[in-house]
Design a protein around this ligand. Sequence first.
Ligand code: C5P
Length: 300
Amino acid sequence: MNSVTVRVPAKVNLQLAVGPLRDDGYHDLVNVFHAVSVFDEVTAVAETGMSVRVEGESADQVPEDGDNLAIRAAVALARHAGRSYGVSLAIRKAIPVAGGMAGGSADAAAALVACNELWGLGLPTEDLMEIAADLGSDVPFALLGGTAVGTGRGERLTPVEVGGTFHWVFALADGGLSTATVYGECDRVREADGQGVPLPRTSEALLAALRAGDARALGAELSNDLQPAALSLRESLGRTLQAGRACGALGGLVSGSGPTCAFLAESEAHATELAASLKEAGVARDVLTAYGPVPGPTVV
Ligand code: C5P
């Protein structure tokens, strides 16, 4: 085999509870990840060296050198296998770049799956999960897909039972936000408030809504502790969230560290209507509809 293509989904966080800053610079989280049907595609071709090419949505903002997270994933996998494999990666992006939808993590997860296959390593998912956690807090979930609660940095995962399909609208913003900057702003805002930061706890009401497949109940339970920080760094997101509510979304929030905003709809038809209304309101660079949960990386 000298070419493998893997399709990999984006995520939205249904609950993102952020605990106090840890000594290692990370925060303990309760992070309810939900994979949605916005997909990047990563093609791995056998080569002597390591290289990456990126095309599609905001491709010019993705590094095409050793800083690229997908290349770092391939390098880490080769090192784990103890061999000097090579690969040329081609990434076709649809997931917004630096958008709070784990696009970079998705590409890294796809690269792990693609290279594992291309190089005939046959490594089990547990091995890939370990490499993934070293690459970034969101990469293990990007390997898993579906819906799951992440604790620790977000890398310790427990799959969640979901009793239906949920329909989403994503409002894309101009330019990205750096995850580290948003976490830093979250600490700053909290310190300025002078309130203690409680340990993060899973919302049982949110899990019950997921189990029941109840979109209305889920809409009421969506929460993101990073949202005030994202709004502080990007004021315009307040207008986007307001517009989504005014257009009849069951719930809306900033996705992860932003700046993408996610809105929950009642049905596929409602998502299409909501997307059209948001487009007309002029509060987003672009608007996408999607559904979740969807499986993790798939060889196509
Ligand atoms: O793990 P990852 O490299 O994706 O994290 C990027 C940045 O996000 C970290 O350097 C840190 O500033 C912040 N972060 C955090 N707590 C987490 C996950 C990420 O503070 N649980």
